[in-house]
Design a binder for this molecule. Structure first.
Ligand SMILES: O=C(O)C1=N[C@H](C(=O)O)C[C@H](O)C1
Length: 298
């Protein structure tokens, strides 16, 4: 019996969500490429979309650009759910932003801990509590200490589950014992945010993934997540193992450089990032393209 059962008041976040890149063309957001990408991914069977996460280079987008990205995604998603990424370290700005974003038809907000300031666990509780109070849509806690500098302790995570609007986590916490405790507790749905952890987290009872890698080999990843949800482990392993070198290469240089290189090779966007994020090296691009072509052969 899986632990995390959606009910009428707990929306279901299970499945494969794509942490979207933001395409650029000559320095500006390329909305045409973004819309086409979202339509292609929807056709490939993904569950939903997460714009403006770290993969979306949200830190390099101003608020007007972020809202424009969100609106393009909402339109192109044609009814598939959208969870908007948000981060920061100024609580007043974060709650105002959560309020503003909640005016859109979102499935949820994905909020990370305040970066740079390194608050206490009491401060972490205040941060997420205030964002969830301000939001009118469900909130997923993005646990990613290697980016924020903040560890969300196991007890803090379980305390956050008491908030009626905090419904799940995107788990990049690097602490499998905490992940297991949250799964066993059953109040928060656990989605892995680490592409290489999809199999392990779902086999332990997680409900899915928010993954940048979902942009490529999408149909295989959709199949993988479905097989894992159905507990068909041997078949899932047969999908999973050939994908390992690709997942490693996608994160061999800072994300989303390698991913954008591959998508650019496929003609889906320009190989362009906003500084200080940089394009993948030529060597990695060549290896990625060759591997992706091999994986795409029938
Ligand atoms: O943007 C995201 O959300 C993701 N970010 C991770 C990262 O920090 O690089 C990777 C993950 O696949 C999705």
């Amino acid at each position: 019996m899986p632990h995390q059962q959606p009910t009428a008041d707990t929306p279901d976040f299970s499945g494969l969500w794509v942490a979207l890149v933001t395409p650029f063309r000559d320095g500006a957001v390329d909305h045409t490429a973004l819309a086409a990408l979202v339509r292609r991914l929807a056709g490939d069977g993904v569950t939903g979309f997460v714009p403006c996460g770290s993969t979306g280079e949200a830190a390099a987008l101003d608020e007007t650009e972020q809202l424009a990205v969100l609106d393009t995604v909402l339109t192109a998603a044609r009814g598939l759910p959208v969870v908007m990424g948000m981060s920061g370290y100024h609580l007043g700005k974060a709650t105002a932003w959560a309020r503003k974003l909640s005016e859109r038809p979102l499935a949820g907000l994905l909020a990370s801990a305040p970066h740079y300031v390194r608050p206490s666990q009491a401060g972490v509780l205040e941060w997420f509590g205030a964002i969830a109070d301000a939001s009118t849509v469900p909130v997923l806690v993005y646990d990613i200490p290697y980016r924020t500098g903040v560890t969300i302790a196991r007890d803090t995570m379980l305390a956050l589950a008491e908030h009626p609007r905090i419904r799940g986590i995107k788990d990049c916490g690097g602490d499998m014992a905490k992940t297991r405790a949250v799964i066993a507790d059953g109040r928060l749905q656990v989605l892995t945010g680490e592409d290489h952890q999809i199999f392990a987290t779902m086999a332990e009872g997680g409900v899915g993934a928010i993954a940048a890698s979902g942009h490529v080999q999408t149909k295989r990843l959709v199949r993988l997540v479905r097989l894992l949800a159905e507990n068909r482990l041997a078949e899932a392993r047969a999908e999973w193992q050939p994908l390992q070198p690709l997942l490693e290469m996608l994160f061999a240089e800072p994300n989303p450089g390698p991913l954008k290189a591959l998508l650019a090779h496929a003609g889906e966007l320009r190989d362009e990032l906003r500084s200080p994020m940089t394009r993948a090296s030529d060597g990695l691009r060549e290896r990625l393209v060759a591997l992706d072509a091999r994986l795409s052969r029938p």
